[in-house]
Design a protein around this ligand. Structure first.
Ligand code: ADP
Ligand code: MG
Length: 251
């Protein structure tokens, strides 16, 4: 619960994760903490290998952790059986990846629907999402006939179809040119502002992080620092704040 008595969508407490990797285990997370309020858009920044994707996968319940807790809407993921976790993840989380991960044989609209689901209610929701994301005219196209930006819009629509508590995205612009990448960031910002979506984006790019409300910086699997980006609209400023944090830590 937060001060106003509502459930906090995401709480991460002292999360640890080591990958065995034969003789040389790698500790990817060393006691990470995170708290994201409803309607907040945060960016997790850090160098390659700093643990960003591992953290996102742990939050998504896609990887087991060694200790610590992930609470989504107040539910501790470790208390769920595998079957319940799968259902919980489907109902509560929308996930967007760098590589879109659409099913090539399905049309855009069928990619948005979950396998095996149907109904008038869902049809209406899919229509609304296609409309909102500007993809109505492309709904019957298969992913191969869509541009990268269009594919990512469909992936975002698919992530939103269950009205998730949190939208998670791992380097969502990593496969896009810079103009298209900015359009996707702007879309995420609008979804946050218009629909009070709670959004967690992992990125190493300042011009992506700039769209968030807050940047959380990881270094070597630990929280290094955070800074507010609500009043920063300049990627250079995000870059210099981020770089100066890393420099202070290194010296
Ligand atoms: P980032 O997303 O910030 O680039 P990752 O979370 O992918 O970082 O990786 C953090 C560390 O954990 C890296 O040293 C990486 O090599 C290691 N790692 C990540 N996934 C695995 C895995 N499945 N097996 C072994 N090591 C891994
Ligand atoms: Mg990564």
């Amino acid at each position: 619960m937060n001060e106003s008595g509502s459930v906090v969508p995401l709480v991460v407490e002292d999360l640890w994760k080591t990958f065995p990797r034969g003789d040389s285990p790698v500790t990817a997370l060393r006691g990470v903490n995170l708290r994201v309020e409803h309607g907040e858009f945060i960016a997790i920044m850090g160098a390659s290998g700093s643990g960003k994707s591992t953290l996102l996968h742990a939050v998504a319940g896609l990887t087991n952790v060694d200790s610590g807790r992930v609470l989504i809407d107040g539910q501790d993921l470790s208390e769920l059986s595998d079957a319940r976790l799968t259902r919980f993840r489907r109902e509560k989380l929308g996930i967007v990846f760098q590589s879109f991960n659409l099913i090539p044989s399905l049309t855009a609209e069928d990619n948005i629907r979950l396998p095996g689901t149907s109904g008038a209610e869902l049809d209406k929701h899919v229509d609304q999402l296609l409309e909102r994301l500007g993809m109505q005219a492309r709904r019957r196209h298969k992913p191969g006939a869509l541009s990268g930006g269009e594919q990512q819009r469909i992936a975002i629509a698919r992530a939103l179809v269950c009205d998730p508590a949190i939208l998670l995205a791992d380097e969502p612009t990593g496969s896009l040119d810079s103009v298209t990448g900015q359009e996707i960031c702007e879309l995420l910002r609008q979804l946050c502002d218009e629909q009070q979506r709670t959004i967690v984006v992992v990125t190493h790019e300042p011009h992506v992080a700039m769209w968030a409300d807050r940047v959380v910086v990881l270094r070597d699997g630990e929280n290094l620092a955070e800074f507010d980006t609500r009043h920063i609209n300049d990627p250079q400023e995000v870059a210099s704040r981020y770089q100066s944090l890393l420099r202070v830590e290194a010296s």
